[in-house]
Design a protein around this ligand. Structure first.
Ligand code: ADP
Ligand code: AMP
Length: 217
């Protein structure tokens, strides 16, 4: 299955992708995670992306499209969940074109909807494990021991772009450039809205029910 998880930063895309890949046989392709790995490895791509990411702006389409189409091609024979891509209409069009060129298309777009205030408090309270990438929240999804990862005990960190002043930019960028991607997919009816403001287990249940209707296993 070829699935897109859309939604503003903080909607829960990463959290739910991690749950989906435990149940279904699909790859999780997160453009944000791939960019952070590139930065950590100090590649040319990572260096180019750095300033945009730190200020809450989008990395230019050309760079992202090349990177993500490359990753998708590697997973062609299995399914994938796209998280954080596409984030602009030109990215959505480039993805559709790249898939059409090999006779494929996206099966379903899950649109995680939350209001700005909820998104902002989820982002500023997000903490993650630098070792295994597990994601927590200071109030909503706490680790068993304060400040430490449940899996490997590493000290949890805050993403630099989750600071309040950058969060406001990211939500503005979402409204201006990513919200139109929802309309792009609404035109062909393969998009399904999900109220992502609910408790995390309820959201997961809705996502699993929808994936089950696709015959995913
Ligand atoms: P995204 O990948 O869309 O930016 P994340 O999955 O990283 O969002 O979630 C953002 C923050 O909100 C994390 O701290 C996560 O633990 C928390 N979170 C995710 N889903 C929910 C939910 N349904 N209710 C409360 N907190 C949530
Ligand atoms: P995320 O982890 O999805 O919140 O992404 C973190 C940051 O990476 C974003 O604020 C952007 O700077 C950059 N980024 C991730 N995905 C994309 C994309 N599809 N297009 C442009 N920039 C992206």
């Amino acid at each position: 299955m070829r699935i897109i998880l859309l939604g503003p930063p903080g909607a829960g895309k990463g959290t739910h992708c991690k749950r989906v890949i435990q149940k279904y046989d699909v790859h999780h392709l997160s453009s944000g995670d791939i960019l952070r790995q590139q930065r950590a490895s100090r590649t040319e791509l990572g260096k180019k992306a750095q300033t945009y990411m730190d200020s809450g702006q989008l990395v230019p389409d050309k760079i992202i499209i090349e990177m993500m189409v490359g990753e998708i091609t590697k997973c062609r024979n299995s399914g994938y969940l796209l998280d954080g891509f596409p984030r602009t209409v030109p990215q959505a069009q480039a993805l559709a074109d790249a898939l059409a060129a090999v006779g494929e298309r996206i099966d379903l777009v899950l649109n995680l909807k939350i209001d700005d205030q909820t998104a902002a408090s989820r982002l500023t309270g997000r903490r993650s494990c630098p070792g295994c990438g597990a994601v927590y929240h200071l109030e909503n999804l706490k680790p068993k021991v304060n400040g430490a990862c449940d899996h490997d005990g590493a000290e949890l960190v805050q993403r630099p772009d989750d600071r309040r002043e950058i969060v406001a930019n990211r939500l503005r960028t979402y409204r201006e450039l990513t919200a139109p991607v929802v309309d792009f997919y609404k035109k062909d009816g393969r998009i399904y809205d999900i109220d992502a403001g609910r408790n995390v287990d309820e959201v997961t249940k809705t996502i699993f029910e929808k994936l089950d209707t696709l015959g995913a296993s």
